[in-house]
Write a protein that binds this ligand. Structure first.
Ligand code: FES
Length: 168
């Protein structure tokens, strides 16, 4: 069953979806690629796209929704401008990734349940092995890798990102 998130506005600009459909083809077999395109552009899958894609592609809303919830990379919740992933695979864990996570959560007032700041600037997530164990502990910010992290370095990085935001 689709769960509606009524607190979110419904002002999503569907022209983004149209552009993506135009480039990939308006056919049911393109559904994963279309969802990936939307996710790339918006950093999540807004709920408005489900009925819209359903009508356009002639696929039930429930089927599209089940594709969206099946793949871990898709998010149905808005994510921050900066998505920070803290590796908690074995190598990183042993080299103290958790204090980094705790520091970032504390700085951004986030918890395990609340991973995105209200201003939609930051999302903090954990992942299990980013494939760069030799550089542990590793974090990524929007896929840029930061090796040999410490809680202090992470705090500094956060400050830099906030400065960037001011300049933007
Ligand atoms: S365990 Fe962190 S990169 Fe592999």
């Amino acid at each position: 069953m689709l769960q509606r998130r009524s607190h979110l506005s419904t002002t999503f600009d569907l022209s983004i979806v149209n552009e993506i459909i135009d480039s990939l083809g308006c056919k049911p077999s393109a559904i994963i690629a279309i969802l990936q395109g939307v996710q790339e552009r918006c950093r999540y899958l807004p709920e408005e796209i489900f009925p819209y894609l359903s009508e356009k592609l002639g696929v039930s809303e429930a089927s599209i929704y089940s594709v969206a919830t099946f793949y871990e990379n898709f998010s149905l919740e808005p994510k921050g401008k900066y998505v920070i992933k803290i590796c908690d695979g074995t190598a990183c864990h042993v080299r103290k990734s958790i204090p980094i996570l705790e520091k970032l959560r504390k700085e951004l007032k986030l918890t395990e349940k609340k991973s995105t700041t209200d201003d939609l600037m930051f999302t903090v997530e954990t992942v299990s092995c980013l494939g760069a164990c030799g550089l542990a502990p590793v974090i990524t910010v929007n896929d840029k890798v930061y090796p040999a992290m410490t809680p202090d370095k992470a705090e500094l990085l956060l400050r830099e990102l906030r400065e960037e935001k001011k300049d933007a």
